[in-house]
Design a protein around this ligand. Structure first.
Ligand code: MEV
Length: 315
């Protein structure tokens, strides 16, 4: 049997970084996907192939000894093999149209799709098990992950997320549409999160005040989302961008993209870890952004919210 799972990437509308420290965040799944295809094989190896390269790893090897980029997938395969007392190995093929290191949840979507696909080789699994396994896998390379990115990839739609409380879905009548602008500066989420922790340790009062401001902003943003008030949502995004600038995760390139795009959209901000990666701008579905898209030197993606989350198939 071949098992295939497809999981969406994400944008963070509000609250990245603050969510790592216990605050709420609002995330949306987007219509860009990681796809993982797996099969049982007759050797005792875990075979991984992806655009980042190939690896063949003995299934009893220590997870920490595995090259970082393959570690989460090896971890997932190893956990599932142990749980099922399987005496052979697994092949894992990873494909993705989510840009890597750009703040669009590529790594989380790959972990979710891998967990869903590998669990499905053995038994029916539920979303809770897939989510727990994918978060543990992500933590093999990014210990401080809040779990937000994997959660929205599993469940889809727009969610409110808090580490201690988990997630709730936000029902919005109208569609939300975004233009993503990729600064093409690759970032490492774990390093940026570490940098914010340092900022917090050195500026605890300022950080705590910003957390409270972000909380108030999210309450306002949620109200405007329920009322389909795009103008206020956009203003809240611009405000959130200022908080991200204050904690030091923006830079000149990101700032100039933001300033440029917010002239022709409702509002714009960094999405994800920052210090590179992408800017998201809230648009109207029939907004004609072709002049910007055709003349900017950056790669752009027009996306809408993906509602269903990850999906699994057998062939
Ligand atoms: C990364 O997409 C979002 C961060 O808040 C980290 C996390 O939530 O794990 C920066």
């Amino acid at each position: 049997m071949t098992s295939i799972a497809k999981a969406p990437g994400k944008i963070i509308l509000f609250g990245e970084h603050f969510v790592v420290h216990g605050n709420r965040a609002i995330l949306g799944a987007i219509d860009k996907y990681a796809t993982v295809t797996t099969e049982k094989i007759n050797t005792e190896n875990i075979l991984i192939s992806s655009s980042l390269g190939q690896a063949s790893i003995q299934k009893d090897q220590d997870v920490d000894k595995v090259e970082k980029k393959f570690r989460p997938f090896f971890y997932i395969a190893k956990q599932v093999i142990l749980k099922n007392n399987f005496d052979k190995g697994i092949s894992i093929k990873i494909e993705s149209d989510i840009p890597i290191g750009a703040g669009l949840g590529s790594s989380s979507a790959c972990c979710v799709a891998a967990a869903a696909s590998i669990l499905n080789l053995f038994d029916k699994s539920d979303k809770k098990e897939i989510l727990e396994l994918s978060i543990q896998a992500e933590k093999t390379i990014f210990t401080n992950s809040s779990g937000a990115d994997c959660t929205v990839s599993v469940h889809g739609g727009i969610i409110e997320y808090q580490k201690e409380k988990g997630f709730s879905k936000i029902d919005i009548e109208n569609e939300l549409n975004f233009l993503i602008i990729d600064s093409e500066q690759v970032h490492a989420t774990d390093k940026v999160v570490e940098q914010v922790k340092k900022f917090k340790d050195e500026n605890s009062n300022v950080f705590s005040e910003l957390c409270s401001e972000e909380e108030r902003l999210i309450t306002k943003a949620l109200d405007s989302m329920k009322n389909n008030d795009l103008e206020t949502i956009g203003k809240c995004m611009a405000q959130n961008q200022m908080y991200l600038e204050q904690i030091g995760v923006s830079n000149d390139t990101l700032l100039s993209i933001t300033k440029e795009i917010e002239k022709i959209t409702f509002g714009a901000k960094i999405t994800g870890a920052g210090d590179g990666g992408c800017i998201i701008a809230l648009t109207e579905k029939d907004n004609d952004l072709s002049e910007y898209v055709n003349t900017t030197k950056y790669q752009t993606h027009q996306v809408s919210i993906q509602k269903t989350g990850m999906q699994v198939f057998n062939t």
